[in-house]
Each structure stands twice: as structure tokens, then as C-alpha cells.
Design a protein around this ligand. Structure first.
Ligand code: GLN
Ligand code: ZN
Length: 751
């Protein structure tokens, strides 16, 4: 029985890739240094897969920024504004992702990879696009693995997923480039074929509601790819949900293998097995690639043993549900975790071993030591009183309908909020200001016990004072405290709530070199004491301008944490909402009268399939309202979303009933506001005018033109002026210049 993972995290157990990449960006190291770190990491990760006993190592899952961008480069699908010649060197590659500062060329757009917190670079296709094989990175990496003695299984993103996720420029129909794209795919696959017995082609799009073109072109595409592959076999990999309506399509692809997600799409197993053609083997994705809990071996075996009976060892593979790129690297790095909890967990390295162990257990006749240990761990979690808190249960059961709405409508509230005395086009930011080296060093020193709590607090107060002064000087209308005390917008709250625990190295890639360390929600959630009141009241005491208090919303904490799998998501979310509600009310009582509850992740929590979305949106919106609606009409509630395609959920966003929402929109050049043609967003809105994911400073004219465009969608009385997102990753120079331009733009529009 063959075993494999769909991909392994590339960042390194200690974020080596991030550090090397950023050093290169800053000119502190050479391209050769970066290439060397990359090669070392690849080798290490292949070795881990090999040592765990997996039948293959995945190749091509390494990327310097993003695997979709790598695919675009391979296919030569590159926006014309970059004027890329015959090949894409590393520095050009990074320019595609981050923009070309010198030439003032904006970066390619970025959006979320299905419902994960991973962001990919959106391929752009226009009439001018002419696909051609521009990079052989995956071939090279596969050769590299082979020369190191590994059995390689290259992984590429399939053409139907690729095209479905591409963006047609100016309404161009991306499927018009289908033929040409497939030709390049065929060329790539035929170049890979000599090195690979199996090629994994990821088509997660099959687990979503695909377009008619995608459906119609699927089989013709695979007929060509299979013939290009020659004697290599294709494993069609699907994940993140079940195949459902697309099952027949996948089964008729002609591929030699089909991978299905048995964690998020377990209910499809029966129909898949019943219909699986003899010519196809099944790869069972039984070990969760997106969460951190140990696999319950007994449960897995009860699914897999009958499967083995039906399919035999030759037609059954055991694997991870999806790529392990969404999972932290190595649990062994964690020395500070509570041992009871640690025994419930499994990261990428451990998941590789779980896969091989499960494959062994399938045919075992006696209970192995490993199986017994696994059973004990599963039982310990189920019965632990670290997990269950009866008071939280009780609070959940006492949520009343009136706790889910504001006292008055927006129109009435607007009057009650006129005391804020804001000008037209009020300017503000999303909350964080640059997290300078100084801040990070102090935080580290404090964590290590090198400076006292008192000294650290004084340092943070000075930071807040500095940020407030700078904002006053820049002439912003609604100030923030800058979030210097927060390492991360979710971790910061998790650390103060019961039911959470934290890892030291549990990083996962979010985008490019950016990694996040999601907290683990292992138990019922409650708030022992106020979390932000001291910092925010201090900041407000420094200025006469209104200071906006920042909190992270329940849905975002949920989406950006590893959460319990023994409870519905909705329950975890409502527990979080109750805790945030207490905080909002404490802030209001303390005199903070503008409160922003960030729901940056609302959209990524959406189920992959349309038909599950309404149910999700209902409880997600309810959770937001539960946290925010306890305040008086005169208190202004803001929310923020880093999100750029919200046509589908605009009604739900309106249902959240925040007084003001700020959204990401500058990268898409306000295109996302298109939905306001159809739908009148009732409250106030700040469409981002500065792409903070890129180091480029927007000009005043550019901002004015974006805002003028916004005015055609939304009455100017309801427009705010702000960046796309928080500024923690930017430096002060860019920040100051950009805000200056933003404020200038607002002033010019007012006059
Ligand atoms: N308030 C947060 C910040 O400014 C919001 C970040 C986010 O939306 N990702 O950093
Ligand atoms: Zn944001």
C-alpha cells in the first residue's frame, strides 16, 4: 500500500525560508544564499517524508512565494505591465508578487486559497496573454530530489483549478486561453514524465461549484494531459470538501488515481468506492492536513479496513487530506506546551508518521503499541476537564434574541453619533502601525525575562504616545493606539482568554514570507478579565480626537485558530462572541466610543460549496452581532475586512450592521465595489486606497482617483478614507508618506 502527503510545508521548522527571503529582499544576502537555504530546506523536507516511511516525496511544493504564482510563471501567464522577457529570474519573480517599486508597477492581486488562510497570487489573463513554458522549476526540483536518492512525485496545480481561479482583465473570458494553456501544460507534463512514475495534479476546484466551462473542458483537458504524460500516471487530487456533483467528472477523467479528502468530505466515500473504475486507484486523505489534532486511528481504521477489502492493497493509497502546507511543521520543537495537551497533537512531521502507521495498522492482526498509545491519547482528550467548563455552556444557553441587535437603526444611530464631529471623507487607519525592530526586540526581551513588566509597559506607553502624536501631526481624523502590545491580532486575545494554548514554533505560511502562528482552541472559552481597556483608555487620554479601540472579532479568532474538532464551529464561535461582547461593553464604559471589531476572516470561513454558505453566514453574522450590539446608539461600531470579492456576501456584511466598515480594495482598483451597483450598502464604508501588502507609496492623485471612483458607487457622505489593512508590516517612512498623501487626497476632495 502506497503512502504519501499532498505537499509539505516549505517555510522550515524555524521559518528559515522567511528569514532568508527577507534578508535577500533587504539586500543583506545574495541570490545564491537564498537558493542555498531553499535547497537545504527541500532536502530536509524530503528526508522527513522518506524517514517517516512514505512511499514518495512531494516535489514542486516548494515555492519562494506562492505555488500559484509558480504555475503562472511556468505557464508564462504574466501581466503585460511587467514586460517580462524570455525568462523570469528571482528578482522579477518577487516583483510580480510585491510590485516593482522603482518602476511603480503594482503587484499582482492576492486572494485566499479556498477557505484557508493561505493567500495565492491571482493569475491575470487578457487578450494579450500568450502562454508559453517559461520556467522548469518543477522539473529541476524533481531531478534534484531524484539525484538525492528520493522517489519523487511532482505536484502541480491542475489547469481547471488554475483557470477557474484566474482573473480576466477588463472582463476578458479566461477560458479563451484554454487551448493555449493546455498546450503548455502538456509540454510541462511531458518534460516531467521521464522523472516521475506519478504526477499529482491538484484540482481542488472540483470540490466547489464549478462553472459550465470548467465542467465542459475538464475531460478534454485531461485526455490531453494523460496523453502528454505517456507512461507517467496522473493522480487527480481533490480536497477541502467532497466531490459531490463533480464526482462523475473526476471518475471519468481517465487519470490513474483519484485522491479524496476523507476529513472534510467523508460522506462521499460510499459513492466514490461504488463508482471507482477498475483503472483507477483511490488515495484516501485520512490524516487532516489543516488541523493539529492527532488522527483517531481506530476511527480511521474502521473506514479504511473495509476499503482495503474492496480495493486491495494495490488500489488503495493512504495520505494527508490536503497539502500539509496548512499545518505547522514539527511538534517536537514545542517544549513549553502542557504535556497533557501536547499528547493530543500532531504537526506535519508527525502526520507523515501517522500516515505510514495507519497503513501498517490496516493489515495488522494484533493491537500495536502505537495503536494503544493513540487510543489513550484520544480518550484523555475526550475526558479532560481542561476541555469542559459548565459555566460557559450555561452562558451559551442564555443568549436572548435582543442580544443580537442594536437599539436603533443606522439612520437613528448616525444622528446620535454626530457628537463625534467628523468631517466629510474622514480619515483613519485600520489599527496597527509599524511594528519596528525596536518593538520586536523589546517584546522579545520581555518574553525572555530580560526586562520587567513595568519597563515593558512604560515602553509600550511611549510607543502609544509617539503614534498618537504622529497621527495628530499627520492630521488623521480618527486615531488609533497602534497595537504595539500585540504580536498578532488573534494570539493577543487568545492569550488572555481561557480555553486557548500557544505553540512556540507552530507557524504556517499566510502569504509570501508572512507566517502566522495560530493559537489552539482546545477547550471552552471564557474571559477572566478586561483585555484592552488599560491601553485604549491611556491612548484616549493623550488626545482630544476620537480614538478608535481595536478588537478582533469572534469569526476571525475562530478562522485564524486551530479549533476543536469535537464541537461544531458555530459553538466555538458563539463562545468567542460572548467573551468579546464583555470586552466591548467594558471599553464603552471606560469612554472608548468608537470600537472596531475586525472580521478580517469572515469570508475565508465560508464553506467551499454554495449550498453550505447561508448556514455559515447566519451564525457568523449572529456572532458578530452578539459581540457588538450591546452598546448605546451614540457609540460607533466599525468593522474591517481584508477581503476583495464580496459580491456574494454583501448582504450578510450589511446584516452585521456595523456603522462603518473598511475593506481591502486598492489592489483590485475598486473593482470590488461593483456589487454596490446592485446592492445599496446602507451604512458607511472605507474602501482601502493604499495597498499595504506592497512597499509602494500611493500618490495623492492616485488616491483621489480611487475615491472619485468610489463616489460613483457610494454617496460621499458615507465614505471614509483609509488603507487596505493594518500597517504593522510597513516601515515608518512609507507609512508617513502614504498617510500624508491620503490626508491630502481627503482634503482635496472636501474642497
Ligand atoms: N487591526 C488590525 C491591524 O491593523 C487588522 C489587521 C487585519 O485586518 N489583518 O493590524
Ligand atoms: Zn485587514
Amino acid at each position: 500500500m502506497q503512502t504519501h502527503v499532498l505537499g509539505f510545508p516549505r517555510i522550515g521548522a524555524k521559518r528559515e525560508l522567511k528569514l532568508a527571503t527577507e534578508a535577500y529582499w533587504k539586500g543583506k544576502s545574495s541570490e545564491a544564499d537564498l537558493e542555498q537555504t531553499a535547497a537545504e530546506l527541500r532536502k530536509k523536507h524530503w528526508q522527513i517524508q522518506h524517514d517517516a516511511g512514505l512511499s514518495f516525496v512531494s516535489t514542486g511544493d516548494f515555492s519562494f512565494y506562492d505555488q500559484v504564482l509558480d504555475m503562472s510563471v511556468a505557464l508564462g501567464i504574466i501581466p503585460t505591465r511587467f514586460k517580462v522577457p524570455k525568462c523570469v529570474d528571482l528578482s522579477t519573480y518577487f516583483k510580480l508578487a510585491r510590485g516593482d517599486v522603482d518602476k511603480n508597477i503594482p503587484a499582482m492581486e492576492m486572494t485566499k486559497w479556498f477557505n484557508t488562510n493561505y493567500h495565492f497570487i491571482v493569475p491575470e489573463i487578457s487578450e494579450a496573454t500568450s502562454p508559453k513554458l517559461l520556467s522548469r522549476k518543477i522539473v529541476n526540483e524533481t531531478q534534484e530530489a531524484i539525484s538525492l536518492g528520493f522517489r519523487a512525485k511532482p505536484v502541480i496545480i491542475g489547469p481547471i483549478t488554475y483557470l477557474s481561479l484566474s482573473k480576466g482583465i477588463d472582463g476578458y473570458d479566461v477560458w479563451q486561453k484554454y487551448e493555449e494553456t493546455i498546450e503548455v501544460y502538456c509540454q510541462l507534463i511531458s518534460e516531467l514524465a521521464p522523472y516521475a512514475e506519478w504526477i499529482q495534479i491538484d484540482e481542488p476546484i472540483l470540490c466547489s461549484d464549478i462553472s459550465t466551462q470548467a465542467r465542459e473542458l475538464f475531460n478534454p483537458a485531461y485526455t490531453k494531459l494523460i496523453s502528454a504524460a505517456g507512461s507517467s500516471k496522473l493522480l487527480l487530487a481533490t480536497y477541502f470538501d467532497n466531490l459531490d456533483d463533480n464526482l462523475d467528472l473526476a471518475l471519468s477523467s481517465g487519470c490513474a488515481g483519484l485522491h479524496i479528502d476523507l476529513v472534510r468530505g467523508q460522506d462521499q466515500l460510499g459513492s466514490v468506492v461504488a463508482k471507482l473504475p477498475q483503472s483507477m486507484l483511490l488515495s484516501a486523505g485520512i490524516v487532516e492536513g489543516r488541523n493539529i489534532w492527532k488522527t483517531d486511528y481506530s476511527k480511521a481504521l474502521s473506514l479504511l479496513r473495509p476499503l482495503q477489502q474492496t480495493l486491495g492493497n494495490d488500489r488503495l493509497w493512504i495520505g494527508s487530506s490536503c497539502s500539509l502546507q496548512h499545518s505547522p511543521v514539527d511538534l517536537n520543537s514545542e517544549t513549553k506546551l502542557n504535556n497533557e495537551i501536547k499528547n493530543w497533537l500532531s504537526f506535519a512531521v508527525q502526520k507523515c508518521s501517522e500516515i505510514t502507521q495507519i497503513a501498517i495498522e490496516i493489515s495488522a492482526t494484533i493491537e500495536s503499541e502505537e495503536l494503544l498509545a493513540n487510543k489513550a491519547a484520544i480518550a484523555s482528550r475526550k475526558n479532560s476537564n481542561l476541555v469542559h467548563n459548565p459555566q460557559v455552556q450555561k452562558n451559551l444557553n442564555s443568549i436572548l434574541p435582543e442580544m443580537l441587535k442594536r437599539q436603533s437603526s443606522y439612520t437613528e444611530r448616525k444622528k446620535q453619533q454626530s457628537w463625534l464631529n467628523l468631517p466629510e471623507f474622514p480619515t483613519t487607519t485600520i489599527g496597527s502601525f509599524p511594528q519596528t525592530k525596536e518593538i520586536r526586540q523589546k517584546r522579545l526581551a520581555y518574553k525572555k525575562g530580560q526586562i520587567s513588566q513595568g519597563d515593558y509597559n512604560n515602553f509600550l506607553k511611549d510607543q502609544i504616545k509617539d503614534v498618537v502624536r504622529r497621527q495628530e501631526e499627520l492630521g488623521l481624523d480618527v486615531l488609533v493606539h497602534g497595537e504595539p502590545e500585540r504580536n498578532d491580532m488573534v494570539e493577543y486575545f487568545g492569550q488572555q482568554l481561557n480555553g486557548f494554548c500557544f505553540t512556540s514554533y507552530g507557524w504556517v505560511q499566510s502569504y509570501g514570507s508572512r507566517c502566522v502562528k495560530p493559537p489552539i482552541i482546545f477547550g471552552d472559552i471564557s474571559r477572566p478579565e478586561p483585555m484592552t481597556v488599560d491601553w485604549l483608555t491611556y491612548a484616549q487620554s493623550l488626545t482630544d480626537k476620537p480614538l478608535k479601540g481595536m478588537l478582533t472579532g469572534p469569526v476571525t479568532i475562530l478562522c485564524w485558530s486551530f479549533i476543536r474538532d469535537d464541537q461544531p464551529r458555530e459553538t466555538v464561535c458563539k463562545q468567542l462572541a460572548l467573551a468579546i461582547r464583555e470586552e466591548v461593553l467594558d471599553l464603552e464604559k471606560a469612554g472608548i466610543k468608537i470600537i472596531q471589531i475586525d472580521e478580517a476572516a469572515l469570508s475565508e470561513g465560508m464553506p467551499v460549496k454554495n449550498r453550505d454558505r447561508d448556514a455559515y453566514l447566519k451564525w457568523a453574522v449572529e456572532s458578530f452581532r452578539l459581540s457588538t450590539t450591546g452598546v448605546a446608539d451614540s457609540t460607533q461600531i466599525h468593522t474591517h475586512m481584508c477581503y476583495s470579492e464580496f459580491n456574494a456576501i454583501i448582504k450578510s456584511i450589511a446584516d452585521m450592521d456595523a456603522d462603518v466598515i473598511s475593506i481591502e480594495s486598492s489592489r483590485s482598483r475598486m473593482e470590488l465595489l461593483d456589487c454596490f451597483k446592485e446592492f445599496q450598502y446602507p451604512n458607511e464604508i472605507g474602501p482601502g486606497v493604499w495597498d499595504i501588502h506592497s512597499p509602494r507609496i500611493p500618490t495623492t492623485d492616485e488616491i483621489i482617483s480611487l475615491l472619485n471612483k468610489a463616489c460613483t458607487y457610494i454617496p460621499k457622505e458615507r465614505l471614509w478614507v483609509n488603507p487596505d489593512c493594518g500597517l504593522k508590516t510597513r516601515d515608518w517612512e512609507e507609512t508617513t508618506e502614504s498617510i500624508k498623501n491620503m490626508v491630502k487626497a481627503a482634503k482635496s476632495l472636501r474642497s
